[in-house]
Design a protein around this ligand. Structure first.
Ligand code: WTA
Length: 675
């Protein structure tokens, strides 16, 4: 059964998986793990909710303690640790100085293998973050509550800029570096940022990529929609050496490394933030074209990522932890930057692609740095697997713990990860969660639960999932019947709301299953928009998105966003994007376009469509194929039947098409696609 099958939108999702055999965590892992006593889980049972989460909040330093753990008087606008005051940057940097000033906070690994790895101690990070905070405050005029857009690649400047913002109480909105200027513009407009922080160029895929050019596109596009950016800070990948072909705009663009010289040795007091003040916005794709800004708070979010980094990632002070993801996604925010640093860990930041110069690069990095916790996505694992199984054994590294995140992992791929990458020495957690959630929702607790390939596991401590059918009836727990997974209770890592759109927040995540008679948090299950089944042992297996979101390589792309990019091509009249299974990336988008009457199908049009998608969204959305079809299969009310197209792309039976307005088109498209 593939993810694509699950997206057909049929009422019940058929599941044909067999039960997988469980594996037990290595005893060596259990011997050192933070959480090993099943009795601990009792502390996180419903009887102790919400106070159980005080354990997570206690991991942080507070300027002032909270008086109320959870305020649920205005659901679903839940507030955690009310009355508490803290600063995220202080918790990630300052508080570690006393005991471990000289410990490495980040290892920065440049993509070019000849360039030296940089070890940034907490002391060095402290100095630089303070200087950057002073620059943002005094040169850019940013202050508490302002929002700033970052469009930064994977270099040290990204976490430094984020932490500097957090120090000032400035809300950062980081746009994934691989996104286009146009995608960046959408996010500048929505967040009303006046300042953009970017970089001239970065290494990825074996070359230095021009990045600054996207800033110019972004600013122009944002201005056309009334959002004016008046300052652009441009970090240089190699300070003093400008690596972009685009000219700097006088009076608007400034080299950050140059301006920073005026702020040398400056210190900035961390702002005292309320627990429910916003720390950052992270955009994610929704079912409409407009991206949703998940607005994350300071106290609850920091508590949740610190708690899960400690108990699920099991990061101890002596560990070297590498999350091979991009900070431009939520995984990187929570599990490269905020969670590990809150614990005072040493975190690896790798600039480039895993296969540069060859697919053994990750193992060389692990060996060189003594990485013992490794965290990545099924897409990366599939890619490394395709390159062969000989690599890991050649290198002297030993993982105690590995994570998979972002998409469902096939049991075969899971087993390869366990045997080859982990050398059967590492425990694996398959963590299911979302941008909106801040941190893990379903996962095994690695020192307690056995692992089951392909299953995320039970709810994380304090998380109570439930599966509903379409009509809102609870599917019997453990029945193996598929339905819509929801979380019954609030948890501290959940976003506060969608930036600027409370109504959409309620509609998208809550309206589906509200019990109007309920009081407080009960009766407000969070709707995750994923299909799932729960096996008799209580483990959840995630089937994929129920909505029109395509999960490519663990990155969510809204179907609508892709379709609207296709429609920017003048010849295109209609577009439909469907997910097709792909061996490496899990799922890839496949595009169908119908042209305006009188226009002949032509390879050049397909090329234009591809270019439009890359320009509007980025190369990550590059479709597998673009089919130019004479018409779309449609319902009588004129809705495009994506389900039919998706079946044709996957060489499957499209099912009953007799009720379509134009059933004959299905055969035409089939002969085009399948011949
Ligand atoms: C999917 C990424 C199966 C899921 C942290 C979810 C997963 C979407 C898993 C969120 C997993 C994430 N197993 N599916 N372990 N983790 N997903 O917002 O469909 O980029 O809704 O957050 O990825 O993607 P997002």
């Amino acid at each position: 059964m593939t993810q694509a099958d699950n997206m057909k939108g049929s009422k019940t999702i058929a599941v044909h998986w067999r039960e997988e055999e469980k594996l037990y965590p290595p005893t060596r892992f259990i011997g050192q793990a933070y959480m090993t006593d099943p009795a601990v889980l009792e502390r996180f049972s419903e009887k102790h909710f919400p106070e159980c989460y005080n354990d997570y909040a206690e991991l942080l330093d507070w300027f002032q303690y909270w008086h109320t753990t959870l305020d649920d008087s205005n659901p679903p606008f839940f507030k955690w640790f009310v009355g508490g005051k803290l600063n995220a940057c202080y918790n990630c940097v300052d508080r570690h100085l006393e005991k471990q000033r000289n410990k490495t906070a980040f290892y920065f690994v440049p993509e070019p293998e000849g360039e030296p790895i940089e070890a940034w101690t907490y002391q060095m990070l402290y100095r630089r973050v303070n200087e950057v905070a002073a620059m943002l405050r005094d040169f850019c005029g940013l202050k508490r509550g302002d929002c700033v857009t970052l469009h930064l690649p994977m270099t040290m400047e990204l976490p430094i800029t984020m932490l500097a913002c957090a120090r000032l109480g400035v809300i950062h909105s980081e746009v994934f570096g691989g996104f286009s200027g146009k995608a960046c513009a959408d996010r500048i407009v929505d967040s009303a940022s006046r300042v953009l922080i970017t970089m001239d160029a970065y290494n990825r895929g074996g070359k230095l990529n021009d990045h600054k050019q996207k800033a110019d596109i972004a600013i122009k596009a944002a201005a056309e929609r009334g959002a004016k950016v008046d300052k652009v800070l441009v970090w240089r990948r190699y300070p003093g050496k400008y690596g972009s072909a685009t000219p700097m705009v006088e009076g608007r663009d400034f080299f950050a490394d140059e301006v920073l010289k005026d702020y040398r040795r400056q210190q900035v007091e961390p702002e005292v933030m309320d627990a429910n003040d916003t720390l950052f916005i992270m955009y994610s794709s929704g079912t409409t074209g407009k991206p949703k800004g998940a607005q994350h708070c300071t106290g609850g979010y920091m508590a949740y990522v610190a708690g899960t980094s400690k108990y699920i990632q099991d990061i101890h002070p002596e560990d070297v932890y590498w999350c091979m993801a991009d900070i431009g996604w939520i995984t990187g925010h929570s599990y490269i930057v905020y969670g590990p640093l809150a614990l005072g860990a040493s975190s690896v930041l790798y600039e480039g692609a895993p296969n540069v110069p060859d697919a053994e690069r990750p193992w060389r990095i692990a060996e060189a740095l003594g990485v013992n916790i490794f965290h990545t996505s099924p897409t990366a694992i599939r890619g490394l697997r395709r390159a062969g199984s000989e690599g890991p054994a050649k290198y002297d590294y030993h993982f105690k713990h590995m994570t998979t995140v972002g998409e469902p992992i096939e049991p075969e791929v899971w087993r390869w990860y366990w045997e080859v990458v982990g050398k059967r020495e590492a425990v694996i957690v398959d963590t299911w969660w979302q941008t909106e959630n801040g941190g893990f929702l379903c996962t095994t607790v690695p020192g307690i639960h056995p692992m089951k390939p392909g299953s995320a596991g039970p709810g994380a401590p304090g998380i109570y999932p439930v599966i509903y059918d379409e009509s809102g009836k609870e599917i019997p727990p453990g029945s193996g019947i598929a339905g819509n997974i929801c979380i019954r209770n609030p948890w501290p890592g959940r976003m506060l709301t969608i930036w600027g759109d409370d109504e959409r927040f309620v509609n998208v995540y809550y309206s589906r299953y509200i019990d109007p008679k309920s009081k407080g948090w009960r009766g407000w299950p969070y709707f995750a928009a994923d299909g799932a089944v729960q096996a008799a042992d209580g483990y959840y297996r995630i089937l994929g998105r129920l909505d029109d979101v395509i999960n490519v390589a663990g990155h969510r792309l809204g179907t609508k966003e892709l379709e609207s990019a296709c429609l920017t091509v003048a010849e295109v009249a209609e577009a439909a994007v469907v997910p097709v299974p792909d061996e490496v990336k899990g799922v890839l988008p496949e595009v169908y376009v119908a042209l305006h009457p009188g226009i002949e199908a032509d390879e050049r049009i397909a090329q234009k469509v591809e270019a439009a998608i890359i320009q509007d969204i980025g190369p990550i959305a590059r479709p597998r194929r673009i089919w130019i079809v004479p018409d779309m299969p449609k319902t009588r009310s004129g809705k495009i039947m994506r389900r039919v197209l998706s079946a044709l792309s996957a060489s499957k039976d499209p099912g009953d098409v007799a009720t379509l307005a134009n059933p004959e088109i299905v055969e035409t498209i089939r002969s085009l696609v399948q011949d």
